[in-house]
Design a protein around this ligand. Structure first.
Ligand SMILES: Cc1ncc(COP(=O)(O)O)c(C=O)c1O
Length: 393
């Protein structure tokens, strides 16, 4: 049984997962009651197929791509694996000299580890970022120049810092070298401008960051891109991703995406305002705090990532948690946060700063009260965290 702890909490961890949207819950439940496998030819199957088709039509219209570009998956991790491994292997099959894959050094393990898991078939080239966490177009050009890189993958918005990459600009460089591009847009949907429809041939999204339930993701994939399937089975979804088609999750994803993108302009402005209040409040209460994304660095609207010198991330989270505030240090997707974040290491953030990293992330249920609560708690939390950290140094 889940404990009935119902004390209201300030949830500032929407980058880990956000609240289920009522529209997505309703769409899920309504479709879950439709009996039938969407690939069965009988009337029940056809009803399930119609529900699935409605969902896919809605998603395709909202993303501005043909429906044939949509491959449903179980989440972002699976979509990333299909894109990175399936795309790199597909490129190699088409051209045996394409024996390398390039990955942004600060990317999520779902792409970094997927590239590494290619094993001996591929050399993995990690693309370095600068101190602002951004890829340098010149370095990308150089890394791809020998024409051996079959696929380059880069996250549009970093899952820890929220820092945005110029995906369209870097994709144009890659195209010049005949390199296929994949972007992980998991953290960007609803919080940053997505690439123009079709500008990037492979793009990952996941449902639970936008208000659909956990368990559904999407690879937006140009059907002309050869993808080697990463699981064998009944050949659904043009043979690229086998498995019974999941109409209820597709319906929930469609509802959540429609609401997210429909609301995006106003909602992004609202979150930018909450984020600005958080940053200003933090600067006022601790002038030594450093915002990880410096001035002029574009960041997704929902992430405020701060480095508190002399503090310790683990105790910060614990002390905030005690006060009813949910936050995060590194990515919630990586187990244990005591070790320095590889993202901050790749940005050459000094260890004494990296140890005091805090990620506050906003979402569609965030309010000014959430911001006020964290700002009210931080002075004491910082003092105590620094006291703890000084004992362990
Ligand atoms: C950038 C990024 N990519 C991929 C994932 C994995 O997505 P999922 O949890 O749907 O597997 C996450 C999860 O936090 C993420 O932030």
């Amino acid at each position: 049984m889940v404990s009935a702890d119902r004390a209201p909490r300030a949830y500032l961890d929407h980058a880990a997962t956000t609240a289920l949207r009522p529209s997505a819950r309703e769409a899920y439940l309504a479709t879950a009651d439709v009996l039938g496998n969407p690939t069965s030819i009988h009337a029940s199957g056809r009803r399930a197929r119609a529900a699935l088709d409605d969902a896919l039509d809605s998603i395709a219209a909202d993303l501005g791509v043909p429906r044939t570009w949509l491959v449903l998956t179980s989440g972002g991790t699976e979509a990333d694996n299909l894109a990175v491994r399936g795309g790199a292997l597909g490129a190699l099959a088409a051209d045996p000299t394409r024996t390398a894959v390039a990955v942004c050094a600060t990317d999520h393990p779902a792409t970094l580890e997927a590239a590494r898991a290619l094993g001996t078939s591929h050399e993995v080239r990690e693309l370095p970022v600068d101190a602002d966490g951004r890829l340098d177009p010149g370095a990308v050009d150089e890394a791809l120049a020998d024409g051996r890189v079959g696929l380059m993958t880069l996250a549009l918005a970093n899952n820890e810092t929220g820092i945005l990459q110029d995906v369209e600009g870097l994709a144009a460089i890659a195209r010049g070298h005949g390199t296929l591009v994949h972007t992980d847009a998991v953290q960007a949907v609803g919080h940053a401008d997505l690439p123009a429809p079709g500008a990037v041939p492979l793009m990952t999204m996941t449902g639970h960051k936008i208000g659909a339930p956990v368990g559904v993701g999407l690879l937006v994939a140009d059907p002309d891109v050869p993808l080697v399937p990463q699981s064998a089975g009944g050949g659904q979804q043009r043979g690229v991703r086998s498995g019974t088609l999941d109409a209820p999750h597709a319906a929930a994803l469609a509802a959540a995406l429609h609401e997210t993108l429909g609301d995006a302009e106003a909602e992004r402005a609202r979150l930018r305002d909450l984020g600005a209040r958080l940053r200003a409040g933090i600067r006022a209460l601790d002038p030594s705090a450093r915002l990880t994304a410096g001035d002029g660095v574009d960041v997704a609207d929902h992430v405020v990532h701060v480095l508190f010198p002399g503090a310790d991330a683990q105790s910060l989270l614990y002390l905030l948690d005690e006060r009813g505030i949910d936050a995060s240090a590194g990515s919630a997707c990586s187990a244990g946060v005591t070790q320095a974040s590889p993202v901050l290491e790749a940005m050459h953030v000094p260890e004494h700063l990296a140890r005091g990293a805090l990620r506050l992330s906003l979402g569609w249920t965030s309010t000014q009260d959430d911001v006020a609560r964290v700002l009210a708690a931080l002075p004491e939390v910082l003092e105590r965290s620094r006291a703890v950290a000084s004992l362990t140094r």
